[in-house]
Write a protein that binds this ligand. Sequence first.
Ligand code: ASP
Length: 360
Amino acid sequence: MNDKISKFWTRRRFLETAAAAGGAMIAAPRQLAAAQPAATPPGRRPLIIASANGVACTARAMERIAAGDDPLDAAIAGVNLVEDDPNDNSVGLGGLPNEDGVVELDASVMHGPSHKAGAVAALRNIRNPSCVARLVMQRTNHVLLVGEGALRFARAHGFKEVDLLTDEARREWLKWKESHSDKDAWIAPEQAGGKPSARAGTPYEHTWGTIHCSAVDEKGNLGGVTTTSGLSYKIPGRVGDSPIIGAGLYVDNAVGAAGSTGFGEANLRNCSTFLIVELMRGGMGPREACLEALRRIADRTEPRHRGKGGLPINSVTFYAITKDGRYAGASMYSGARFAICDHRGARQEDCAWLFERKPD
Ligand code: ASP
């Protein structure tokens, strides 16, 4: 789809949806109006993509691919840097905790050539959940282990337990606990009817953050990983999109890979990364496929998660690569970035976006 058609189609589609929603979505937002990053040029391999916090991750993954590693192993080696970084409060060690002050991690991996996947959710005390997810893939007949079972599995494989809650993350949690009143993930009966939230701003206060990384090697083999401490101050036991294959990560060796960061519930409801890969299989470029997944989310966002102008309050960002080495990052709102490493080295680039400005 060329850009002109896409702009027209997007706007028309939004207005139709707004009309169908009985005016609930109010005015047409500014979308795809200003300068967007250009669609990616013809592909080149090898190529690594990651969320914006993954520039060093993409560089490390590229080194590993150059040394002959499998693309999934290379991507995992990349995200391990961020899992181990106590200063990144969205992943692994130093991640922000749940509402009880306990860090619970989610991660998934998917290997293109074998179409195998592994994942862990609500895993405590282990700093590299992506490595445990890889072992679930390699050393079990299952795909997803959660909670206590995931921890016992990790222990059985010799992972050492550590306290993942750094002082800084604990102080942030304490600030939230001491100051929050109604900014949490619970919904009171009078708010459960799907009406717009009476609360100002976000329905609950959380910090985003996750690292996703996908790699394609010189031969066109793919691998991907998504790892996170999830939404901060979540209800204990909450599982986000990151460990769910097809939501926060999907890889198909015949087509490409997609991953996500942001409001996981939106991806759980829309199987977004599976959708992106399927759209690419149907011939869409990575940028258009990511934007289409964002449109689906925007169209289907429940009223209480909409702000001014009917726009979604919570953002989602996608990262996609094709087997032939094309790539894109795309986000609900302008201003997001992603990390990329190719023959020109590791750097950040601007994401494409669906809407120009987030509602106040
Ligand atoms: N997607 C993650 C989750 O919902 C959070 C994030 O990316 O910030 O758990």
